[in-house]
Design a protein around this ligand. Sequence first.
Ligand code: NAD
Length: 357
Amino acid sequence: MNYNIALIKGDGIGPEIVSSAVRVLEKIGERFGHTFTFTDYLMGGIAIDTCGTPLPRETVDGCRASDSVLLGAVGGPKWDKNPAALRPEKGLLGIRSALGLYTNLRPAKLYSALSEECPLRADIVEKGFDLMIVRELTGGIYFGERGRREGKYGPEAYDTEAYSVMEIERIARVAFETAQKRGKKLMSIDKANVLETSRLWREIMHRMAEEYPDVELSDMLVDNAAMQLVRCPSQFDVIVTSNMFGDILSDEASQITGSIGLLPSASLGDSKCGLYEPIHGSAPDIAGQDKANPIATILSAAMMLRYSFGLAKEADAIEAAVDSVLKAGLRTADIIGSSDKAPLGCTAMTDAILAAI
Ligand code: NAD
């Protein structure tokens, strides 16, 4: 099969880690008889510098016309003081919205080879964990009305959270279906003791649960969920939550796996064209030094094969290769903790994964 993949390398370590994932996809293409055609598009800081906008029209059109999008990361100190419309993240929110990507899937699992990197207590680590966060991505407070105004105590700022029944129903459907394919347990996380949007969220989750009798649905308040993720992460299978709660909880979940450099994500909508990216940022502190861990981006490419192209065997081959290099004690500098071997750079880690495929 032939697949057209749009590449958005972005800023900082983006070009290094995306190039690693491209090498892995090419190897998979050779081994399984597929052709991947890659086209580069600009977004983020580099697009601001080159085209004067964080999300050029050509990038949106090119991504829409492709079978899927692989993204590195955007942003960096150079653009931190720019006005809101000229910030790299504007590109990120814009492309998610332009492609109608309302679901963000973020798996977080503890690799047995990395149990010593996990910052949790030994008895918690022993139980392991393997969870999937389903985060709503195009609604809620990140897209609500905001501004500055004169308030009761003088000048004030405000942000608003709104969720429609339709937005909650469609993310609920993805979450229940994801749970059906995994351990059949779904935890819906909200703040229903305070927020009206959360009360609607909870109401709809329970109504939809009637359509999925094989899935066990529970609710948890977000403050408790933040505690439970470090107290007993093994209790979770699939978590579904709103945009802002998902943003925060998925970063917390990433930290307990050992390193942010390991975790992939998929953003999906109603079409097959998804956007796949590591959960970390552009790591400007190590950019251009061949120190970045490419694993999160390589695993994002594996998610692309699985979720957008239906190539499960090929995705399994990538995941097994990552597993085997970690079991062999190979580490990049961000996960060096328990290994006595010298850390590998981005290129050498990619070479090791290619050799294991
Ligand atoms: P970051 O994730 O870029 O870096 C946090 C720390 O983790 C740094 O010490 C970095 O060196 C390290 N790190 C991250 N990824 C790594 C990897 N693959 N290998 C080895 N080490 C890695 O977060 P930050 O420092 O808060 O943000 C830096 C820039 O990235 C900011 O401009 C921010 O806005 C942007 N950002 C972009 C995205 C995105 O594009 N999706 C996400 C988060 C942050």
